[in-house]
Design a protein around this ligand. Structure first.
Ligand code: ADP
Ligand code: MG
Length: 490
């Protein structure tokens, strides 16, 4: 799959940099387009209101991305959805692999406690829904100088930015036309990008399966949410499919604690009507559970007949720990029946190691990371783009982390994404022409009971950040939304 990166020919891609006048004109057009199409975010200074919004952080142009690597990611998505759908039902595996994580990570400990209760009481709702985005980098191998697809992480909860990415693809087609790129080139270089109809379809299937016309779609949200508009596009699409707007409700976990109850048949009730589906756009961070009340609300949901996306098994399977354990010899292969499929998934794994393991290989790698900090990153279990330990900080942590805390981290090979150039557009800031790197996410879902779920893949997101920025995350202010301009090697 991997290819040499010399003599890349980006036939017909716009020549950069653009002339100043052209840049100014196109940037102005982009802001109009963004506001006309809901490609906007709330202001950082006023995250509670949509009255005044700003253009989402974006790239002006699509970024070059190798076509074969992109296609590999798209092809893998159904396999990843099936893999995580399957792991989620293996309670004993999930409890066992997190036994060291729970010693010091209170958040995962609370999740595992709920998982154990679900295990004891049995699933009240055997149908589950995974709405997923798998994130990758196009990694340049240092020894061979070849590019290949390597996974950063999987997102089984609150996979966001799809609405922005979908709209940005429309803009990127538009700007390529404005720059007189021929239509047939645009067609080949810009793949269709429609994650939101797919996500809405998944939610609609779950709601229809519940088969009570007045049942709720409960969207679990944060108290404060700068990226509200991205979420709203999913709800509006869901209404188009036939879920009445009077059946869609948004609640924080604190409100869920106050308003949700379980009836005698384990239906999750709110305002006298059952919840068909709980769609978590929050609930992945310790901040979302400030007190025990929020955990109680989560437990009620998990012990109910509502279909949850994700359910607790799938969320526990979301951890970096699960990702690392899957990469150990023979583990992934236990969950994927076909050896060829397992091989295809395994090719996309980066090197990952458990700090607490005492085998020779791990000890050597941990020593290696202290000597060559530039080749590794250290990750806790936290979600949401907030915590990545690199450089001197990582070295110090590797040296000083107490024994009982080591299980809560994974050590990962630092990926070296290919470097591209693009214009980064941030509202009210000068447009910058930057050397940048990208992370590709591919959206998909798995819906159904334990065996033979329905699988679907549609849509993608590129997030691009200056080459020198370590962390990702658009909402966290590190990266901007982008889409790929696919090119082939000659
Ligand atoms: P989170 O759950 O916080 O999103 P990620 O695993 O996605 O955790 O890490 C956050 C960001 O850190 C990524 O978006 C990416 O930019 C960077 N990152 C994570 N892992 C690596 C890695 N192995 N090599 C290089 N960069 C990484
Ligand atoms: Mg991430």
């Amino acid at each position: 799959m991997a290819q040499k990166d010399n003599r890349i020919l980006l036939l017909n891609a716009p020549r950069l940099p653009l002339e100043d006048a052209k840049l100014e004109e196109l940037t102005g057009d982009l802001h109009d387009f963004a506001h006309a199409h809901g490609l906007v975010m709330r202001l950082a200074t006023d995250k509670l209101s949509s009255e005044v919004c700003q253009t989402t952080p974006l790239t002006l142009l699509p970024s070059p991305f190798p076509k074969n690597v992109f296609e590999q990611a798209v092809k893998l998505q159904d396999l990843y959805a099936l893999l995580y759908h399957t792991i989620a039902y293996d309670f004993d595996f999930l409890i066992d692999i997190h036994k060291n994580v729970v010693k010091t990570d209170e958040f995962i400990r609370n999740m595992i406690e709920i998982l154990k209760k679900v295990k004891t009481q049995g699933l009240k709702q055997p149908i589950t829904l995974a709405i997923q985005r798998s994130d990758y980098m196009c990694h340049k191998d240092q020894a061979s100088a070849e590019y290949g697809l390597k996974q950063i992480e999987i997102n089984n909860i609150a996979s966001s930015m799809g609405a922005h990415a979908q709209r940005l693809t429309e803009w990127h087609i538009r700007i390529l036309k404005a720059l007189e790129v021929p239509d047939d080139v645009i067609k080949r270089a810009i793949p269709e990008n429609k994650p939101i109809p797919m996500i809405a379809e998944a939610l609609f299937k779950a709601w229809s399966h519940f088969n009570i016309p007045s049942a709720w779609v409960l969207v679990v949200v944060e108290n404060v949410n700068q990226n509200q508009i991205d979420q709203r596009h999913v709800e509006y699409e869901l209404e188009k499919l036939g879920v009445p707007m009077t059946c869609i409700i948004r609640r924080t976990l604190t409100q869920c604690y106050e308003q949700l109850s379980l009836n005698e048949t384990s239906d999750l009730m709110i305002d006298g009507r059952p919840v068909a589906i709980v769609y978590f756009r929050a609930g992945y961070s310790p901040d979302h559970y400030p007190t025990n009340k929020e955990w109680e609300a989560r437990e009620r949901m998990e012990l109910s007949t509502a279909i949850k996306t994700p359910w607790i098994g799938l969320q526990v399977a979301n951890t970096k720990k699960t990702q690392q354990v899957l990469s150990e010899d023979g583990v992934l292969e236990r969950f994927i029946g076909k050896p060829r499929d397992a091989r295809d998934i395994r090719i996309s794994f980066a090197g990952m190691w458990a700090l607490e393991n005492q085998d020779d290989v791990t000890l050597k790698v941990v020593q290696g990371a202290q000597k060559h900090p530039d080749a590794f990153v250290l990750k806790p279990q936290t979600e949401g783009g907030a915590a990545l330990h690199t450089g001197d900080e990582m070295v110090q942590m590797l040296r000083e982390l107490p024994e009982e805390e080591r299980g809560a981290y994974i050590l990962m090979e630092k990926l070296r994404p290919m470097i591209i150039e693009n214009y980064l557009v941030l509202a009210k800031k000068p447009v910058t022409f930057a050397k940048a790197v990208s992370e590709l996410g591919v959206y998909g879902y798995a819906f159904g009971a334990k065996d033979a779920p329905e699988l679907k893949t549609a849509g993608h997101l590129l997030r691009t950040k200056p080459e020198t920025t370590a962390m990702g995350g658009v909402a966290a202010g590190h990266a901007v939304v982008d889409t790929p301009f696919l090119y082939e090697f000659i």
